[in-house]
Structure formats: structure tokens, C-alpha cells
Design a protein around this ligand. Structure first.
Ligand SMILES: [Zn+2]
Length: 317
């Protein structure tokens, strides 16, 4: 009986394959570094071998596999399964990933961008369980997002929905990776927080942020800012307050437009906890329209370390 699924998580630094049962319990996992400079053909051969190995580890026959879900950096076309040069995967230009996997394994393959797949995983297995309108936002090297409505990912016209990080908050603000200025991502991603911290340290070097970074301003990361804020450092607390304000402003826009039941915040927000979430909630409560503000819960995402594996599996269970 075909009752097992395979999940494939393709990232810029690692590839992971998992085998799960029909309810999404993960039975086995294989992980390897992505040798991004070797290009897609090399990665594909790696993935083929990894899938066979993962099946063997789980004691699952290939004939018992019903589907493959793939979580991958976008942009990509979910209908054709073609991947278009994700920033973290150079050389993957118009690569027909779905077709290639289907011809190797002879099962249906579903491909989704990682933020959307993560949103679906949070709805299926994590903090979004039981809700009809779920907005997931990750705060890491970028700010990505996914919208799950009634258990389905909202894709928009051409798989571009959910780019929550590129709403423009400050038209003359810092340059964003997308080329525009003042996007939420350019203010609140990990690197953006670090950059704002470096600017603050230039003005006021007596801060625990610098101590935590070993006294080297170039080494300052968002983690140092959070840790210093926990210690009560004034410069760090100001940076966290600023971050919460920008995040709250961005989430307010989304709450007014989407009227979600729940907004789940991943990575940096999960690590920061109440330190960041409380002021974000206060900002949204103050700025959003009353009815959507009353309805929404703003919570940390739940899946953490297992998110990538769960994301790929959520697409096919
Ligand atoms: Zn942008």
C-alpha cells in the first residue's frame, strides 16, 4: 500500500530528505551540504541518492512512496515545477525540478517556495492548527511569509503572494536586497538589525552589544542585540523597540488587509520571545483597525528546528 511520503528541503547550505508516514510523522532523515557552486545537475544526483538512502533507513520500499513534497527557495512556478534562479542557488535557472524528480521516482511531485511551505507546516503541525486564516512570517536573513487560507496556500496570480518583507515602510530608508528602499526586510531582517546596531555603536560605543561581539563591530549580529537587551543594555533595548515598531507597523498593514486569525513569527522572533513579541503586539493593538486587531493573535511559530522537514512533508500529507 502506498502510504509513505518523501519530503525534500533544498536550501542554500544544506539539502535534507525525509520519509514520513501518512500522518506526517518523520521516520528517517538524511542531510548533506548543498554544493551550490556545482549547479543543479549535481544537486539532483545527490538528491536521488539521498531519497533512496532515506527510504532504506526507514525500511520503506520505493513502491510504498505515494508522493514527494519539495520545499525550495523561490522564485518558482508551482504548476510547472520549474525553479528560477533562487538567490541562494546560483545556476538553477529555469530548472525543471518537478519533471526531473517525477521521471526518476514515478510519483507526483509538489514544489513550493520555502516560506509558503513553512506556513503550511505551521498550519498543519504547529502554531496555526485549527485556524482558517494563518499568516506566517520568518525573520532571518530575509523576511519571508506565507498565507494559508482554509488549509490552502494563497499563491496569487503567479506564485508571488506573501512577500511580506517587501512592503515599503520608509520610502527613503535603507536599500533592500530587492533593489528598492525601506522595505520591512531592510529594517528588521537579521542583517538589517545588525546594520542598525553597528550604526548605533558608532554613535555610542559603550554598549554590551559590542562586548558580546568580542569587541569587534564587524562581528555584531542580531543575536548580540537580543542578548544585550536581555541584560538591560540601553542601546540594545532601543534597537529592539525600533525593530518591534517596524515589525508592528508591517504586521498592522497585513492585519488590516488579511484579517488573519493568527500571525506566527519565526526565527528571530521565536528566539526573542516576549522581548520582541510584547511590543509588537502593543504596536499592532494601537495601529490596526479595531475589528481585525481584536481578532488577531500574534504568536511565536512553533516548529523551530524541524520546520524545513515538516514544510516539505506538509505539502503531500
Ligand atoms: Zn525589498
Amino acid at each position: 500500500m502506498k502510504k509513505h511520503v518523501v519530503g525534500i528541503d533544498i536550501g542554500g547550505t544544506k539539502l535534507a530528505t525525509v520519509v514520513a508516514d501518512a500522518t506526517g510523522n518523520i521516520l528517517s532523515k538524511v542531510r548533506q551540504p548543498t554544493l551550490a557552486e556545482q549547479g543543479p545537475e549535481y544537486a539532483l544526483q545527490q538528491l536521488f541518492e539521498m531519497v533512496y538512502e532515506t527510504l532504506a533507513l526507514a525500511g520503506v520500499e520505493q513502491s510504498a512512496m505515494s508522493a514527494i513534497g519539495v520545499s525550495c527557495g523561490g522564485p518558482l512556478d508551482t504548476k510547472t515545477g520549474v525553479v528560477y534562479s533562487p538567490p541562494n542557488l546560483p545556476g538553477w535557472d529555469a530548472f525543471p525540478l518537478k519533471t526531473r524528480l517525477e521521471s526518476e521516482f514515478q510519483v507526483p511531485v509538489t514544489i513550493e517556495n520555502d516560506a509558503n511551505a513553512s506556513a503550511l507546516a505551521e498550519w498543519r503541525f504547529g502554531g496555526g492548527r485549527g485556524y482558517d486564516a494563518v499568516l506566517y512570517m520568518t525573520m532571518s536573513t530575509g523576511i519571508g511569509g506565507g498565507i494559508v487560507l482554509n488549509g490552502r496556500i494563497y499563491h496569487g496570480a503567479n506564485d508571488s503572494a506573501g512577500e511580506v518583507g517587501h512592503q515599503i515602510l520608509l520610502p527613503d530608508g535603507p536599500r533592500c536586497g530587492c533593489g528598492k528602499r525601506g522595505c520591512l526586510e531592510a529594517l528588521c531582517s537579521g542583517p538589517a538589525i545588525a546594520r542598525r546596531a553597528k550604526d548605533a555603536i558608532q554613535k555610542k560605543p559603550a554598549t554590551a552589544i559590542l562586548t558580546l561581539a568580542g569587541g569587534c563591530i564587524e562581528q555584531v549580529k542580531s543575536e548580540h542585540v537580543l542578548e544585550a537587551a536581555r541584560q538591560g543594555d540601553a542601546v540594545a533595548l532601543k534597537l529592539v523597540e525600533e525593530t518591534a515598531y517596524y515589525m508592528g507597523w508591517g504586521i498592522t498593514n497585513l492585519v488590516n488587509i488579511l484579517n488573519p486569525d493568527i500571525v506566527l513569527l519565526g526565527t528571530i522572533a521565536m528566539a526573542a520571545g516576549a522581548l520582541l513579541l510584547e511590543p509588537i503586539r502593543e504596536t499592532v493593538a494601537a495601529l490596526a483597525m479595531a475589528r481585525p486587531a481584536d481578532a488577531v493573535k500574534i504568536m511565536p511559530a512553533q516548529l523551530g528546528e524541524t520546520l524545513g522537514d515538516r514544510a516539505a512533508v506538509a505539502l503531500v500529507v
